[in-house]
Design a protein around this ligand. Structure first.
Ligand code: BGC
Length: 390
């Protein structure tokens, strides 16, 4: 008996140690007695508020759909609000969700600095906040779920440098108000700066596109082409939207397909451009593990249970416990074995504009869509067309 007790005490100690070593988080410490989440353990279904910046890029439609799907699976009540790039709207929507008594907030911020006030307001009510995909800066964020963003920047730059070791480079960043845009640039520079210092490459332009706008990327690319007599060898665009903008400028200069262009998100139009040859690579970030990890963690935080967060990231105020998923570089050589194999897009969708006799041999899982319904693809095409016309 005594032996058993010693054993279980020992196991408890080991578990506690493992939990503290692996980085566990269990919600805000302050003002736990206030608001909906205060007091004792949560009973009944958990209410989750999901505050999103935008649905502009295809990926965010996936995020929304998968968060909704998993919330349903685990029996949580979910309210999703989309701010369409407006900080005042996002703050107000989050405030409303707090007033309506959500137990936990998941926030994909438009502006990482301004969203700190959302965390403060939530914490005043004892409501934990998960920073989703984009980091909220200078606030006591309870958890960050994302991909390894700096590594994505490194992967884009390394791919470019491996394929174009010499020449003129244009770097097109994303929204400077989005911490991801800054992390991506940091990763890109980790790889490209030494090459520039060696004199192998020359970075001739490195603008950031406000709100990740495709049309801004197009304009910056046109400027860079003009300033360098069309002598551009590689474009490190931070996401697929900005890459597509850059490709439009290259098309006008009859250079599309001749200049290496990187992207990120593996959205459908980007994957199509890869197999058609105008985009060179993208970064595939499976959304399902991200969305599911956010919902699972939200439930745990609402129940004041520990969340296992193996990573951490400093947000200017604290080291935020983090769960970061692995990104994957995709080009035309591994499109079938990554994006298509996973069912992220079907073979038919990706190769829609390629003559059928040039399609790769079908694989067992081709044609299966795991993550998203076809209307999302259609909706994003419509949105892209709409933002283009605007
Ligand atoms: C996301 C990218 C997305 C971009 C524009 C970034 O924060 O990580 O996946 O393309 O925002 O919405």
């Amino acid at each position: 008996m005594r032996h058993a007790k010693t054993l279980s005490a020992g196991a408890g100690l080991v578990a506690a140690l493992l939990i503290s070593l692996s980085g566990c988080v269990s919600g805000p410490q302050q003002n736990q007695s206030a608001g909906n989440n205060g007091g004792g353990a949560k009973t009944g279904p958990v209410k989750i508020g999901f505050s999103m910046d935008t649905l502009k890029e295809e990926r965010w439609q996936r995020d929304k759909q998968l968060v909704e799907q998993h919330a349903k699976e685990v029996g949580a009540i979910l309210d999703v609000q989309v701010a369409n790039g407006d900080d005042a709207v996002q703050t107000k929507q989050a405030d409303n969700m707090l007033t309506q008594g959500v137990d936990v907030l998941i926030v994909a911020p438009h502006n990482g600095e301004i969203a700190a006030s959302i965390v403060e307001a939530a914490h005043r009510q004892g409501v934990p906040v998960i920073s989703y995909d984009r980091l909220i800066k200078n606030a006591d964020v309870d958890l960050y779920v994302s991909h390894q963003v700096e590594k994505i920047g490194e992967m884009q730059a390394r791919y470019a440098l491996d394929h174009v070791p010499h020449g003129n480079y244009v770097l097109i960043g994303g929204a400077p108000t989005d911490n991801n845009a800054l992390l991506l640039r940091k990763g890109q520079e980790n790889i490209l700066k030494p090459a520039a210092e060696r004199g192998d490459i020359k970075i001739v332009a490195n603008p950031f596109a406000k709100d990740w706008k495709m049309e801004e990327a197009l304009r910056y690319m046109e400027d860079a082409l003009t300033a360098n007599n069309n002598k551009i060898d590689a474009v490190v665009a931070s996401n697929d939207g900005t890459a597509v903008g850059a490709i439009s400028a290259l098309e006008r200069a009859q250079l599309a397909g001749k200049v290496l262009v990187t992207g990120q998100d593996a959205q459908l139009d980007a994957c199509q451009k890869i197999v058609e040859g105008t985009l060179t690579m993208t970064i595939y970030k499976p959304i399902k593990p991200l969305a599911y990890s956010a919902v699972d963690a939200a439930l745990k935080l609402a129940h004041k249970e520990p969340v296992n967060a193996p990573d951490k990231i400093n947000n200017g105020k604290i080291d935020v416990p983090a769960i970061l998923q692995e990104p994957q570089a995709v080009d035309k050589n591994n499109m079938v074995n990554t994006v298509i194999k996973d069912g992220y897009h079907t073979l038919e969708e990706v190769y829609a504009h390629v003559p059928k006799d040039q399609w790769p041999k079908a694989t067992a899982s081709n044609g299966r869509k795991a993550e998203v319904s076809p209307f999302i693809a259609a909706f994003s095409l419509l949105l892209a067309a709409f933002s283009w016309v605007r």
